[in-house]
Design a protein around this ligand. Structure first.
Ligand code: NAD
Ligand code: UGA
Length: 435
């Protein structure tokens, strides 16, 4: 089986590496020459645990190659996967499909009969039909199938998620598309991963519905956490109690500063717009988008409150700026709202993050960066935890406290035990720990 993967980003690169590890021959195409140069030197352009070893092993075995030359890779392929970005369209909040349709135009001249074109990018319902329409217009002579295969991996655990999925979802009609997709995922289905075949529209919509549901779950527990603080309850106890009910489930009930990342914010926004356009508004999802945006701003105000009402002239040491641990991805990270807000109120910000700094330096101006959390905390009035990297969990709180000049610890990921923090001399505030 020969695969052409268009896009060597978080999804394309991980999928390409995992498919090559199944034994398929994969050519991964990207437009970004810098990214290609790194890959061809054996370096991985993103931080994803385990990806360097996986890529190296499959490069050495000759099963994966990286190229900027689309024609050759498409001509040879049984399947072309589209794994290009689908960011929010500026101005109206819809999914921007520019990269998807550009890729379709580029590949059209090179397809041969029997080829399968599959979207792995998250695309609004109806995009598969539109891709088919455009391809037919460009290549009326060619026979091909267009499938949808939305990806459910998470950054930070992407390889495990890809190779041990809760399900693989494929949207297509009966016929060659379905046969080829079944064959590609056979290494997983033979290990009992459910490969579900549904209509293309159902697959496209299910991806947005899944991300929006998870975003809703997080938003729900965030609001319950706020309530806990007012009434003296503890959100972790409440989450454990409700999560024990199999109908609710224990996952995605960790409160925090609001969800971020490259997908939840944009996919919630796109689903809300798609639904309005289809005259079937999902008002619950619209509310999730609004509440989550307001939460990030409220988190800035929370730091001010914890600092005695103002951060003017104060120094804030920040542990973690990425939207979640185990990634270098800064897209829509809560830090991008909270830190500029604190700076605009007169605070000086010092920060450290195990992997986020290269991207964050471009996005967060006037932040002083440190490798060591204790150094970042030196002389600070306030310590603010924004990302729950494991590296921060075992820090010596007494050492941190004595490095600082103030005693405020705002723990937006509930990484520390309130009692340990208080014993170390901190004035501690977490999320939803109302007691
Ligand atoms: P990304 O921005 O990391 O990578 C996209 C890559 O595509 C870039 O390297 C870009 O240079 C390349 N590209 C764009 N147009 C191209 C073209 N015409 N030819 C060749 N290369 C091209 O994006 P990502 O985070 O990997 O997301 C890709 C898609 O997968 C999105 O639709 C996203 O919603 C979806 N998704 C992402 C995740 C995730 O964890 N990041 C998970 C599931 C689904
Ligand atoms: C998410 C989904 O989990 C994946 O299934 C999906 O494929 C992906 O989006 C996508 O479509 O791109 P990801 O964004 O990598 O994956 O990370 P998550 O672990 O879902 O976290 C997203 C955000 O929610 C983070 O900011 C995280 O801190 C926050 N979160 C998550 C919470 O605040 N509480 C939780 O309990 C879980």
């Amino acid at each position: 089986m020969k695969i052409c993967m268009i896009g060597a980003g978080y999804v394309g690169l991980v999928s390409a590496a995992c498919f090559s590890d199944f034994g398929w021959n994969v050519t991964c195409i990207d437009k970004d020459e810098g990214r290609l140069a790194l890959l061809n030197r054996g370096e991985i352009p993103i931080y994803e645990p385990g990806l360097d070893d996986l890529v190296a092993r499959n490069v050495a075995a000759g099963r994966i190659q990286f190229s900027g030359s689309l024609p050759e890779a498409v001509r040879d392929a049984d399947v072309v996967f589209l794994a290009v970005g689908t960011p929010v369209r500026r101005g109206d909040g819809y999914a921007d499909l520019t990269y998807v349709f550009e890729a379709v135009e580029e590949l059209a001249p090179h397809i041969r009969d029997g080829i399968v074109i599959t979207t792995k990018s998250t695309v609004p319902v109806g995009t598969g039909r539109e891709i088919e329409r455009r391809l037919k217009a460009l290549r009326p002579d060619a026979e091909f199938a267009v499938c949808s295969n939305p990806e459910f991996l998470r950054e930070g655990s992407a390889i495990r998620d890809f190779t041990h999925p809760d399900r693989v979802l494929v949207g297509c009609d009966e016929g060659r598309g379905r046969d080829i997709m079944a064959r590609i995922y056979e290494p997983l289905s033979l290990r009992s991963a459910p490969v579900m075949f549904v209509s293309r529209e159902s697959a496209e919509l299910a991806k947005y519905a899944a991300n929006s549901f998870l975003a809703m779950k997080i938003t729900f527990i965030n609001e319950i956490a706020d309530l806990c603080e007012e009434v003296g309850a503890d959100v972790s106890e409440v989450a454990t109690a409700i999560g024990a009910d199999g109908r609710i489930g224990p996952k995605f009930l960790n409160p925090g500063p609001g969800y971020g990342g490259s997908c939840f914010p944009k996919d919630v926004s796109a689903l809300a717009r798609t639904a309005r356009e289809a005259r079937a508004p999902v008002t619950l999802v619209e509310q999730v988008e609004k509440v989550n945006m307001e939460r990030k701003i409220a988190m800035g105000a929370r730091v001010e409150r914890a600092s005695g009402g103002s951060v003017h002239g104060k120094t804030i040491a920040v542990l973690g700026v990425t939207f979640k641990p185990n990634t270098d991805d800064m897209r829509d990270a809560p830090s991008l709202v909270i830190l500029p807000m604190l700076q605009s109120r007169g605070a000086t910000v010092r920060a450290c993050d195990p992997q986020g700094r290269p991207q964050a330096e471009q996005l967060l101006p006037d932040v002083e960066w440190f490798v060591d959390p204790i150094e970042a905390a030196q002389g600070a009035d306030v310590l603010l935890v924004l990302t729950e990297w494991n590296e921060f969990r075992a820090l010596d709180l007494k050492q941190l406290r004595s490095a600082m000049s103030g005693d405020v610890l705002v723990d937006m990921r509930n990484v520390y035990s309130p009692r340990h923090a208080q014993d170390a001399g901190f004035s501690y505030s977490g999320i939803g720990r109302g007691t």
